[in-house]
Design a protein around this ligand. Structure first.
Ligand code: ADP
Ligand code: MG
Length: 559
């Protein structure tokens, strides 16, 4: 039998790939299963136009068979199989994808579920195997061939025997080395969990014989050993199901299964977008903030699937920082992936999806503000600080998105209110949105400066979080109403008359005030008569834009 050689470039490419494209060895199984799924898909698409071909779902599946004694792992499918030429072209020429060609030919029909496109995934088998043997019987010719290779130094093809149409790939698993053990790829439980992780939503059954021990039915305290063929993948992902068929519990179970958090989600958003960009997503707003949320350790991101196959665990680009608390996943068929399918090629699609997702999250939060205020307050307790940072960061670029998501305690009934709540009940003569800063609501209430504003019957927002005033400075206005600190020198409410009186007093007692100023040198910049005090003899106030609280924070900042 003549041994054929890989072309020189192919040889290098293979070595390069085996050693560098993939970050994890375990993905070889994802690649082989994806190929099997593609092969079954091809029969499915053929059956759509070929009357002689009946697609009976029960006959199409994928089997994963570890054999510890012979140290082999077999992946078997009942797909379309490969002819001698297919074996030569698709497995002998690296970076040649029969699946991509198929997809192109069948563009008119909906071949869009097919996963393969780069023609390299198959070779990932060499990350864990010394020898790869492919026995395939083609639907087209009904003949079987065997392809075999030990990696970089070529392959052989010869006629073979195989009962049914389809492909069987036998991996001779590598021996353990000093640094690396390959035994795990022969362990049922390990294989099962790899399948669950990457291939749970492959649309054909993935079957495995599993041994175990379980309580015996109908008898107490007794156990039995079993060995049975199990159906490992769940096939239809929850996000492809109809929202109407799903209960809150289904979503909560998914949240727990995926380990998105130990809490329960406060809210879920199920998106099925069919417009300019096609994707499905399930997003969760968690109930509690993770312990590391406000630290550098926290990594935002959503799981990203391409056509039901997991591509990335945490795709950060899908979420803006200010919605970094959102958990969940996105599945899209319109992503262009890079060769390892671990990253995206172009981010145009991704950007569109991200924009879309952002607006879904925003409108969900807004609808909670409107219709489920209790729930929203709970959310705001956990993530309100994030929203305020969001307003403040990037020079307020996102303030329009976020301003209606802010809550502050108001002097009225000491309840949390939105800026819209506040503005919509402002009396007509009120010019500004008033706020007071302090360590706590109690402290703020004792501030002499609040008296005058409160006396007018105006509401005051209590800023107790150090970021509050910074965020508001970035906003500047809300619905054309400027923000005004109760301790600013111009409150916009003294009548002209009283200001004149104060000016007169300042003139009259000029020397006294000058003496007081010099006594308090370095502590204050001036002492003045004021008409703003009611029950307090004296108060501190600031000139210009910066409040006392902000000054404190600014002074405390390292410069
Ligand atoms: P890709 O899947 O990106 O096309 P692969 O290297 O994974 O690249 O596979 C190369 C080609 O080999 C596929 O496009 C397909 O034509 C063929 N192939 C691989 N595995 C199978 C299989 N189990 N059944 C039928 N054809 C297969
Ligand atoms: Mg492939």
């Amino acid at each position: 039998m003549e041994k054929k050689q890989f072309q020189a470039e192919s040889k290098r490419l293979l070595e390069m790939m085996i050693n560098s494209i993939y970050t994890q060895k375990e993905i070889f199984l994802r690649e082989l299963i994806s190929n099997s799924s593609d092969a079954i898909d091809k029969i499915y698409y053929k059956a759509l136009t070929d009357d002689k071909l009946v697609f009976d779902k029960d006959n199409y599946y994928i089997q994963v068979i570890p054999d510890k004694t012979n140290r082999t792992l077999t992946i078997r499918d009942t797909g379309i199989g490969m002819t001698e030429e297919d074996l030569e072209n698709n497995l002998g020429i690296i970076a040649k994808s029969g699946s991509l060609a198929f997809k192109k030919e069948n563009e008119a029909k909906d071949g869009h579920n097919i996963i393969g496109q780069f023609g390299v995934g198959f070779y990932s088998a060499f990350m864990v195997a010394d020898v790869v043997t492919v026995i395939s019987k083609s639907l087209e010719t009904g003949r079987a061939y065997k392809w075999e290779s030990t990696g970089a130094d070529g392959y052989t093809i010869e006629p073979s025997e195989k009962e049914s149409v389809g492909t069987e790939i036998v991996l001779k698993i590598k021996d353990n080395t000093e640094d690396e053990s390959y035994d795990e790829y022969l362990e049922e439980y390990r294989l099962r969990s790899i399948i669950k992780k990457y291939s749970d939503f492959i649309r054909y059954p993935i079957k495995m014989e599993i041994s175990g021990r379980r309580p015996k039915e109908g008898s107490e305290g007794e156990y039995e050993d079993y060995r049975e063929e199990q159906h490992v993948n769940s096939m239809v992902p929850i996000w492809r199901k109809n929202k109407k068929e799903l209960t809150t519990e289904d979503y909560e179970n998914f949240y727990a299964e995926k380990h998105y958090g130990f809490d329960k989600p406060l809210k879920h958003i199920h998106v099925s977008a069919d417009g300019a960009v096609v994707y499905q997503a399930i997003l969760f707003i968690p109930e509690n903030s993770p312990f590391d949320y406000y630290s550098k350790e926290y990594e935002k991101g959503l799981e990203l699937y391409a056509n039901g196959v997991l591509i990335m665990n945490k795709c950060a680009d899908l979420l803006p920082d200010y919605f970094g608390f959102v958990k969940g996943m996105v599945d899209s068929e319109s992503l262009s992936l890079n060769i390892s399918r671990e990253m995206l090629q172009h981010d145009r699609q991704l950007k569109l999806i991200a924009k879309n997702i952002e607006s879904k999250i925003k409108s969900q939060l807004l609808s909670m503000v409107k219709d489920e205020r209790d729930k929203y307050e709970q959310f705001f307790k956990a993530f309100g600080r994030q929203i305020k940072f969001g307003v403040y960061n990037d020079y307020g670029m996102h303030k329009d998105t976020l301003q209606d998501l802010l809550l502050f305690t108001s002097s009225k009934e000491k309840k949390l209110v939105t800026l819209d709540d506040y503005v919509s009940r402002m009396p007509e003569d009120q010019k500004y949105i008033y706020y007071a800063t302090g360590e706590s609501n109690e402290r703020i209430e004792k501030l002499p400066q609040t008296e005058l504003v409160a006396d007018k019957g105006y509401e005051i927002l209590y800023f107790t979080d150090d970021i509050d005033e910074f965020a508001i400075k970035v906003l500047m206005k809300y619905k054309d109403k400027e923000f005004k600190s109760v301790s600013s020198s111009d409150l916009g409410l003294e009548a002209d008359e009283s200001q004149k009186e104060a000016d007169a007093e300042n003139n009259e007692h000029k020397e006294l005030f000058e003496q007081m100023t010099s006594l308090l040198d370095g502590k204050v910049t001036g002492v003045k008569a004021s008409k703003r005090l009611k029950s307090h003899p004296v108060c501190l106030s600031t000139e210009g834009d910066v409040s006392i609280e902000m000054e404190k924070i600014l002074n405390a900042m390292p410069s």
